[in-house]
Design a protein around this ligand. Structure first.
Ligand code: GLN
Length: 315
C-alpha cells in the first residue's frame, strides 16, 4: 500500500522532505518496512504538493503583505536571500499557474504581478521517485513550510497515471489515501448516489479519487473538515468490507489524518509537525497512532480521537 506524509513547520526543501532520513519517503518507495497488505514496493508513481514560501514584498502592486503564520507563508530564514534570487516564489507561482491553465494577472506590458499563493503547487509523475532526476534537482531549491507527499503502489485493476497519484488537490486542500476499497468500482454503487455528473466522472478514476470526491461533497455541504473525514471513514469502513482507509488532508495550517488498518506515525515538536505512514528516521520522537483513529494536528499540537463505524441503511 502506498506511503504518505504531511509536513508543517519551518521551511525545508522538497529534497529534505522526500530524501532525508534513514527511512525517507523515497526509500520507502523501494524498501518500506510496514507494508501490511497488497504490495511490496511503491513504484507506480509519486507526488508532492506544497504551499510555496512566497517572499511577499509589502507595497508592490498586487502584493498583499503576508501575515505571519498564514497558510504556507513562512518568514525566510536568515541567509535565504543569499541563495534565492529576487521574488522566486512569485515567478514560480506564475509559471505553475500558467501551466495549470490559470490566468495570471499582468500589468500592461510587464511581467506577471506577484501575489501570495492561496493554493498549493503540485508535482506528480508515474514511475518510481528515484528515476526522476529532474525532480531531484528541482527539489533542492523549492522550499516550503507546509506540504504533503506520497509514493504509490497502485492497487490491482487501478490505472497507472499521473491523475491517480496523490496528492489530490482542490483549492487550498491536498488529499491522499493509503489503502483500498475492495470490490471497487462495484462496491461504490451506494456511495456515489446523489453525486453530480462531474463528480461521478472524477470518482471513476480510482478508489482514492472516489473517496476524495465523497469527502469534497461533505465539505461542500458545509461539514467541518475533521467531522467530514471522520464520518467518511466511519461510513465507508462500515459499508465496504475490508476497506483500508488511511486518509490525509491538509490546508497548510491543519493536518487531518485517519488510521483504518494501516500504519501511521506522528512526530511533533513546538512549531513542527510530521505525520507519516512510517517514521522517516531513527528519532525517538515518533509516536504510533493506534488503529481506527482521527488525528487533527497543527504546528502547535496534536489531538487523536477514536473513529467508530457508522452503519448506513442499505439503499
Ligand atoms: N488504492 C489506491 C490506488 O490504487 C491507493 C493505493 C495504496 O494505498 N497502495 O491508488
Amino acid at each position: 500500500m502506498c506511503r504518505h506524509l504531511a509536513y508543517l513547520g519551518p521551511p525545508v526543501s522538497l529534497a529534505e522532505l522526500m530524501f532525508d532520513g534513514a527511512n525517507s519517503l523515497a526509500r520507502q518507495a523501494w524498501a518500506p518496512t510496514m507494508m501490511r497488505q497488497g504490495g511490496t514496493v511503491n513504484v507506480d508513481g509519486f507526488g508532492v504538493g506544497w504551499f510555496p514560501t512566497v517572499p511577499a514584498k509589502p507595497g508592490a502592486a498586487g502584493v498583499v503583505p503576508a501575515e505571519p503564520g498564514a497558510a504556507g507563508v513562512v518568514p525566510a530564514e536568515p541567509g535565504a536571500a543569499e541563495t534565492v534570487p529576487a521574488k522566486p516564489g512569485a515567478a514560480e507561482t506564475a509559471r505553475a499557474k500558467e501551466c495549470a491553465g490559470e490566468t495570471v494577472a499582468a500589468e500592461a506590458g510587464t511581467a506577471p504581478v506577484a501575489r501570495p499563493v492561496d493554493s498549493p503547487l503540485r508535482y506528480r509523475r508515474t514511475g518510481p521517485v528515484w528515476n526522476d532526476h529532474g525532480f531531484a534537482e528541482i527539489a533542492t531549491v523549492v522550499r516550503t513550510g507546509a506540504a504533503m507527499a506520497a509514493v504509490r503502489s497502485a492497487t490491482v485493476g487501478m490505472p497507472i497515471s499521473e491523475e491517480a497519484c496523490a496528492p489530490f488537490r482542490h483549492g487550498p486542500l491536498l488529499f491522499s489515501h493509503n489503502g483500498v476499497l475492495p470490490g471497487w468500482p462495484g462496491c461504490a454503487t451506494g456511495l456515489v448516489e446523489g453525486l453530480s455528473p462531474a463528480a461521478l466522472l472524477t470518482a471513476r478514476a480510482t478508489d482514492s479519487a472516489l473517496l476524495w470526491v465523497l469527502l469534497r461533497a461533505r465539505l461542500d455541504a458545509g461539514q467541518a473538515p475533521a467531522d467530514a473525514v471522520r464520518d467518511l471513514v466511519g461510513e465507508v469502513g462500515a459499508s465496504v468490507p475490508g476497506a483500508r482507509l488511511n486518509l490525509l488532508l491538509t490546508d497548510g495550517v491543519t493536518v487531518i489524518a485517519t488510521t483504518w488498518t494501516h500504519s501511521l506515525f506522528v512526530q511533533h515538536a513546538p512549531g513542527r509537525l510530521v505525520v507519516a505512514s512510517e517514521p522517516l528516521d531513527e528519532d525517538e520522537g515518533w509516536a504510533e497512532v493506534p488503529d481506527a483513529r482521527l488525528l487533527v494536528a497543527t504546528r502547535d499540537g496534536v489531538e487523536i480521537t477514536p473513529i467508530h463505524p457508522i452503519s448506513v441503511p442499505s439503499r
